[in-house]
Ligand binder design. Structure first.
Ligand code: NAD
Length: 359
């Protein structure tokens, strides 16, 4: 960032509580601070035991536990959760889990205006954004609305101990992708750049440690700290080509969210690199490398993550359709998003080739 550049930075009112080992007790405190007395706790099936502990800790302030969260928030799942919240007379909601559970909490907030407390258990970052998503008839709609931004976020690294290593790695790289694109976003700011660089440094440093020792609480804490910063970057900026590619690959072809981010990131970055020297300098500092796309790929491959879109189940014939969709309604991006260029990026990722920067 040069200071000939102008920028806008908006800070949203979100309280972040980072409390290792104490999320269950922190949630009732946060509810009291917000003046909430009847909270519906939502989670996915796998997160039910922690969510139940949160519900018990809330005591009389718990209006019920709804363990029906599903990936990408199908609209019928959202409808049911809204009805449950209304029937229970809830005055707030607590979402415990990954992006899917927090997504369901946001859907309730969007329809009812109820304040949301988020207790994340992955590194996806949804808790730090005002972005909601709903899927209907296989099509995912997203939007931004301040009403869905969690009022309070409780981070507890102990909740991530059960996150399996493969999911920890891909979820962590999903977080890195937010910070990478924030570094060259049209609405980035000096504060976003600092958060992005530090978030990338923390997450990239933590992932090899937690993959080697999944119970290493210090590594888990650093990863979650990185996830917070990367999520804050996502919430503050507009994402580019990489996120558009992942949204098309997930939305149209059903590819898994975090794994798709993991495979695509080095290739999307290699494409954008020549147009974003300052972002690359920040990445090189954060990753201690002179070749960030290759360092990101090496990181994920060494930790056993999928290497190619082919491995994720995409068919070669899908590449042209995906490229058309990406170029049809592109996101703001520092390099022009042409059909030929996008197809080149997708082909490299499909084959899992070494990413190479070319201007
Ligand atoms: P997820 O929430 O679907 O979780 C993935 C799997 O991990 C699920 O089976 C879940 O039950 C399980 N899980 C979660 N935490 C666990 C834990 N600690 N231990 C064991 N298992 C655990 O996936 P995700 O990657 O966290 O989120 C992806 C979803 O979030 C997508 O729908 C994506 O679009 C959305 N998202 C939204 C935003 C936003 O700003 N709106 C940001 C990031 C992601």
């Amino acid at each position: 960032m040069t200071f000939s550049a102008d920028f806008v930075h908006e800070t949203r009112p979100v309280r972040v509580v980072f409390r290792p080992g104490a999320s269950v007790t922190a949630v009732p405190d946060e509810a009291r601070r917000l003046g909430l007395r009847r909270l519906l706790v939502v989670c996915g099936r796998r997160g039910e035991s922690v969510a139940r502990a949160v519900a018990e800790a809330l005591g009389d302030a718990c209006a019920g536990l709804h363990a029906e969260a599903r990936m990408h928030v199908p609209v019928e799942v959202a409808d049911r959760a809204v009805a449950v919240a209304r029937e229970a007379g809830a005055d707030g909601c607590v979402a415990v889990g990954g992006g899917s559970a927090i997504g369901l909490g946001k859907a309730i907030a969007l329809r009812t205006g109820l304040p949301l407390i988020a207790v994340p258990s992955t590194y996806a970052g949804s808790e730090m954004t005002p972005v909601w998503g709903l899927t209907e008839g296989g099509v995912k709609r997203t939007g931004r609305d301040p009403v869905v931004q969690p009022r309070s976020v409780v981070y507890d690294p102990e909740l991530t101990l059960s996150l399996p290593v493969p999911l920890s790695v891909t979820s962590g790289i999903n977080a890195l992708a937010h910070a990478v694109e924030a570094l060259y976003a049209p609405d980035t700011s000096p504060l976003v750049s600092l958060m992005a660089e530090e978030g990338i440094r923390a997450m990239a440093g933590a992932l090899p440690r937690l993959a080697a020792e999944p119970a290493d609480l210090d590594a888990r804490g650093r990863a979650l700290y990185g996830a917070w910063l990367c999520g804050a970057c996502l919430g503050a900026t507009t994402m580019g080509l990489h996120h558009k590619l992942c949204h098309v690959l997930g939305g149209t072809f059903g590819l898994p969210h975090a794994e798709t981010h993991t495979v695509m990131l080095p290739y999307a970055l290699a494409y954008n690199a020549p147009a974003v020297p300052q972002a690359m300098a920040a990445l090189h500092r954060a990753l201690d490398t002179r070749d960030a796309p290759r360092a990101l790929r090496d990181l994920s491959v060494h930790l056993g993550a999928p290497r190619s879109l082919a491995e994720l189940g995409l068919k070669e014939g899908d590449l042209t359709v995906a490229a058309e969709q990406v170029t049809g309604r592109p996101y703001a991006n520092p390099r022009p998003v042409t059909a030929e260029a996008v197809l080149g990026v997708l082909r490299a990722a499909y084959a899992g080739r070494e990413p190479s920067v070319s201007s």
